[in-house]
Ligand binder design. Structure first.
Ligand code: A2P
Length: 342
């Protein structure tokens, strides 16, 4: 049995922070106590964990020294991690960071426990383990087991990303836009979180555009996947925001060195950790975001070989962005870290 640990959640009032509490409980993580941190405006608010109430404290430079913890989950944005992760590390905690701030730093491990658990030991370099981008996590759940058998060469992926990727304010903005539509006022709606009104729309633009025509979100999928799989794969991504509240979907075209066979790929994925195959198109069985939210698995379906090339496979995968793409992966990292430390 793993020893109970003191845990900090930075961003405890946010979408990922709240889900971290649910996942810690659901996955039966050995928690002794919670240090719930957010900005000054949330001080005094309360969160509940396993029938215990914790008051939100303000994140500041001293809070970890005054309330030492073993594990600090950071999910309050990159600039917050940049400024405060060091204080958690100095106080003796391992930081599991949900933001993009540390992900591509060479000395910081970027971990999806189903794919590269061996990298967790590198936490000693800096005291920090980075949690990848949400779209990357569900994608590598699928890529890794197929790569092991067929030797993956290239990935072309198009994402259909939910409003939850922009946190609570993203989900709120989508709901408000839909309300405006039903009040016949959608044309008056002013988007602020997304570049345009998301209701009844799809927006091929997530995060800022780079000079090469790709967005930062798309380049995250490229660079992070290469780092996790330890492989210079060719990857091209098109990331699109869709009017879905939770769960990202991805259509992938996978180019392998070896010939592939859809039936064999289905079997491999059925045995892959944290992956569920739903692939009976004749019975209208395929993964969809409405039915995968609030779960901890990556769902895959529509698995089929290319009509022309025997080494190309097409498939469709869906996972809850706040869970699989953030909170659940972070808790799985923490669990592996604890096992390693034992
Ligand atoms: P707060 O609610 O006090 O603003 P989301 O991703 O759902 O938008 O949530 C962001 C989380 O990050 C919230 O818990 C928010 O707390 C927290 N946060 C944002 N800025 C800071 C900051 N400067 N210091 C501490 N927590 C912050």
């Amino acid at each position: 049995m793993l020893k109970k640990q003191k845990i900090a959640i930075v961003g405890a009032t946010g979408a990922v922070g709240e889900e971290l509490l649910n996942v810690l409980e659901e996955l039966d993580f050995p928690v002794e106590s919670i240090l719930a941190l957010a900005s000054a405006k949330s001080v005094g608010n309360e969160i509940a964990f396993k029938n215990k109430i914790y008051k939100i404290k303000e994140l500041n430079e001293n809070v970890f020294k005054e309330n030492p913890v073993a594990i600090a989950f950071f999910s309050a944005g990159g600039s917050v991690s940049e400024k405060y992760a060091q204080f958690a590390v100095k106080s003796g905690a391992v930081v599991i960071d949900n933001t993009s701030h540390f992900r591509m730093k060479e000395e910081v491990p970027l971990v999806v426990p189903e794919c590269n658990p061996e990298d967790i030991k590198l936490w000693k370099n800096t005291g920090i383990i980075a949690n990848p981008n949400c779209s990357t996590i569900q994608m590598v759940h699928i890529l890794k087991p197929l790569d092991e058998v067929f030797n993956l060469k290239r990935v072309d992926v198009c994402t259909y990303q939910a409003a939850s990727g922009a946190g609570k304010k993203g989900m709120q903005e989508l709901v408000e836009a839909m309300q405006s539509f039903f009040a016949f006022k959608l044309d008056e709606f002013k988007a602020s979180t997304f570049p345009y009104t998301l209701a009844l729309n799809v927006i091929p633009h997530i995060d800022v555009f780079n000079e090469n025509g790709y967005t930062k979100e798309e380049l995250k999928m490229v660079n992070e996947t290469q780092k996790i799989l330890h492989k210079k794969l060719e990857i091209s991504a098109t990331c699109v925001r869709v009017p879905v509240l939770r769960s990202h979907s991805e259509a992938m075209t996978l180019h392998f060195e070896k010939e592939v066979n859809a039936e064999e790929a289905r079997e491999i994925l059925k045995n892959a950790p944290s992956v569920v195959v739903i692939d009976e198109p004749k019975n209208k069985q395929y993964p969809m975001p409405l039915f995968t939210s609030d779960t901890n698995e990556t769902y895959v379906g529509r698995i089929r070989r290319d009509l022309t090339h025997k080494n190309i496979l097409h498939l469709w995968c869906v996972a809850d962005q706040i869970r699989v793409g953030a909170a659940t992966n972070a808790v799985r990292i923490a669990k592996k870290w604890l096992e390693l430390k034992k």
